[in-house]
Design a protein around this ligand. Structure first.
Ligand SMILES: [Zn+2]
Ligand SMILES: [Zn+2]
Length: 238
């Protein structure tokens, strides 16, 4: 956290250097990201991502959307608009927060965006089919996504029973766990652990971690078997 002197923010352990949450999904033919955080540009530079076929959005909060402008580098090298897959609420925010990208007369060099509407129906990008899972972020519906036996859910504090059914049978889940104390719109660590146990997913990785959760090296050994703290740069082969 900016300006914070706590032991996590002052830590020199790379696993304590937590940028905002998103994931890169790669198959032999398709590369995409879920969310464009305010750190999107640096995350793409750091991971050396030379090609990006699409962006999928979970919800329109700034920490998941603000980096969108920087897809223009991919427009430049790929000579095409960037497909954005988002629900109606997130599309409205994209148009409201990046109005210059949708102006009738466009300034040169601005991002070239192509909106694709998603809701609860499965959709396919390249060779990857995504099943949306609608979860609750206090009162805001947020989309999680399952592809194959992998499920990604961020910014949730409640999951309806019918949506839990879509997660069951996954081998891996990435789930948000903000901190130890209860929070009004995010799972706490204990709530996330209970949720994973209820869902019966054998391998879990907690994400969207606040500095308030403590240092990676202190928390990781305390987690039940099969559960881990995710960290920046983590790569999973699924
Ligand atoms: Zn959020
Ligand atoms: Zn968030």
């Amino acid at each position: 956290m900016v300006a914070c002197p706590c032991e996590v923010c002052a830590s020199t352990d790379p696993k304590d250097k937590r940028l905002r949450s998103s994931i890169l999904v790669q198959s032999p033919s398709t590369t995409l990201v879920i969310d464009t955080t305010p750190d999107f540009r640096y995350q793409m530079l750091r991971a050396g991502v030379r090609r990006l076929d699409a962006v999928i959005y979970t919800h329109p909060h700034k920490d998941h959307l603000a980096g969108l402008d920087d897809v223009r580098a991919y427009n430049f090298f790929q000579h095409r608009a960037m497909p954005l897959y988002a629900n109606e609420m997130t599309q409205e925010a994209i148009i409201r927060e990046f109005p210059y990208a949708f102006a009738d007369v466009k300034y040169p060099g601005i991002p070239d965006l192509e909106l694709h509407l998603i809701d609860k129906e499965p959709f396919t990008i390249g060779d990857i089919t995504f099943i949306p899972i609608q979860v609750w972020h206090l009162k805001m519906p947020v989309l999680g996504f399952r592809f194959g036996d992998f499920t990604y859910i961020t910014d949730a504090n409640r999951i309806d029973d019918a949506e839990k059914e879509k997660v069951r049978g996954s081998r891996h889940i990435v789930l948000n766990a903000l901190r130890h104390e209860k929070h009004l719109s995010h799972f706490s660590l204990l709530e996330a652990i209970a949720q994973v146990e209820e869902l019966g997913v054998p391998q879990s990785w907690f994400t969207h971690i606040s500095h308030q959760l403590g240092r990676h090296a202190d928390i990781e050994p305390t987690l039940p078997s099969g559960m881990h703290l995710a960290y920046d740069g983590l790569v999973l082969d699924i």
